[in-house]
Design a protein around this ligand. Sequence first.
Ligand code: FAD
Length: 494
Amino acid sequence: TLSRQPALDALAQRLGPQGLWQRPGAEASTGAAPAFDGWPAHEQDWRGRYRGRALAIARPASVDEVVFVVQVCAQAGIPVVPQGGNTSLVGGSVPDETGLQLVLSLQRMNQVFAVDPVNLSMTVQAGCLLATVQESARAQGLLFPLSLAAEGSCTIGGNLATNAGGTQVLRYGTARELCLGLQVVTAQGEVLDQLTALRKNNTGYDLRDLFIGSEGTLGVITAATLRLHPLPRGSATCLLPCTTLAAAVAALTSAREHLDAGLTAFEVMGQLPLQLLQAHAPQVAAPLSAWAGSATLPPWVLLIEHQSATSADMAQQQLTQWLCGPAAGLSGLHTEQAVVAHAEAQAQALWAVREHIPLAEKAEGLMVKHDIGLPTSAIPAFVEAMQQVIPARWPGARIVCFGHLGDGNLHFNVQPPEGQRHAEGMAAFEPEVNALVFDAVCERAGTISAEHGIGALRAQELQRRTSPVALRLMRAIRQSIDPQGVFNPGRLLP
Ligand code: FAD
C-alpha cells in the first residue's frame, strides 16, 4: 500500500507536468507544475448539474502510462474516474465532491493508428474525438456512421464506454455494433489487448461487449478497432410535418417498407422544442420558416434521411417517390409541405435544426430530462397519456419531446411550471415527474435509459427498476473484475 501524497509524487514524476495536473497549491509539496486553465472543465459536467472536486487530473499519453496510473491509484486506494470528452448527460464522468477521486483523462491519447480499407476497419486511441474518427474514415472514402450532436467534443472511448446511440442507429446500430475490438486497462493494471478486426470470433465470453456500456466501472478503454462501412454515394434529407405521433409511427413503418436499408435516420421533433429553437437560435431555425404562413408550427416534424449506394440523384428520387406515393396516402402526414434538401448545404441546415435542440433547451433553463426507450408502437399512447396527466397535475409544466423515433428512443423532457424553475422548485418537482414518467415507461415494457447510460443520475432508479437477478449478476461482474472498486465508484452500481 501507498499513501496518497507519495502516490501523487510518483505520478508527477512519471507523467511530468503535462501528464499530471494538480490542484493549485498542491504543487508546492510535489514540485509539479501548477494546474492549467482547463482544470474546471474536468470537474463539471456539460449540463452544469454535477460539480465535483478532483484530487488531481492525470493525462497519460500512452497505454503504459495508463497502466502506471491505475496501479499507483489501486495501491494507494485512490478512486479513478475515467473521462473522455466529458459530455456525459448523466453525471458519469466527473469526480464527486470529496476531493479524493482522480480524473483519468484520455484526451492526450488521440492518435488514429490505421485505417484498413480491405478489412473495413480502423484502429484508434480512445481519446480521439468522434469527429476525428469520422473524418479519418471519410478521407479514405469510408464511413464511420456513429453521429451525435456532441461529436466535436466527445471521444470514441467515451462513446464505447456509454454504448452511444445517435442519429444513425436505425441503419448502422449503436457504438456496440460499430466496435470490433478493444484494448482495456484493468483494475489490476493489466492490459487486455483484443484489437482485432475479425467479424466472427466465438472463443468464450465476449469481454469486448462487457466493457462496452460499462461506463468506466470495469476498466479504462485505451484503444479500439472500429467497423467501417462503404461511404454512401448520396443521401436525401427532408423535414416532414405531421399532425400526430400515430401518423409519425405509420410513416416510419411505410418508410421502412419502401426505402428499406437506405433509411438511415428517422427523427422526431415536437412543437415546443422547435419553438425553443426559434427563440434561442433563430438562424438555425430558418428552415422552419417554410411553415411561417401558418399560425403555428406543426405539432410534430420528422427529419428523414435516406441514403443510396448509387448516387445522390437516386437517393433523392427514391425519397421523393415515397413522399409522393405511399406517404401521401397516409392520413396525418403533410407531404405537400415537406421541405426537401436539394444540396448538401441544405441537408446540413435541416440536420442543424435537430442537432441544436439540446443547446436551445440548455439556453431555456432547467428541465427534468428523460432518455427513454419504448416499443415504437407504444410511443403515441405514452406521449398522449403524459400530455394529459402532466399539465393537469402541474399547471404550467411543459413537455419538450424529441428524439430518435426510428429506434423508439425519446428525449422526453419536462419544464417545471414557471414558479418552480429554480433549484428548490426542481428538488420537489423532479422526483415526482420521474416517478410518473418511469412508471408509465416500465408499464409499457420500456427502458429508463436508452442511450445516455446510468451514471450518477440514474443509479438509484436502476436499483428500483431492475430485476434482483440482473442486479445480482451485474454486481458479481463488477466485484470480480474490480474487487477494490477502483473505477468510477458511485456510478452505475452505487
Ligand atoms: P465522457 O462524458 O467523458 O464519459 C462518459 C462515461 O464514459 C463516464 O462514465 C466515463 O467514466 C466513461 N468513460 C469515458 N471515457 C472512457 C474510457 N476511455 N474508458 C472507460 N470509460 C470511459 N449520447 C448518445 O448516446 N446519443 C446522442 O444523440 C447524444 N447526444 C448528445 C448531445 C449533446 C449536445 C451532448 C452534450 C451529449 C449527447 N450525448 C448523446 C451524450 C454523450 O455525448 C455521450 O454519452 C458520449 O458517448 C460521451 O462521450 P465522452 O467522450 O464525452 O465521455
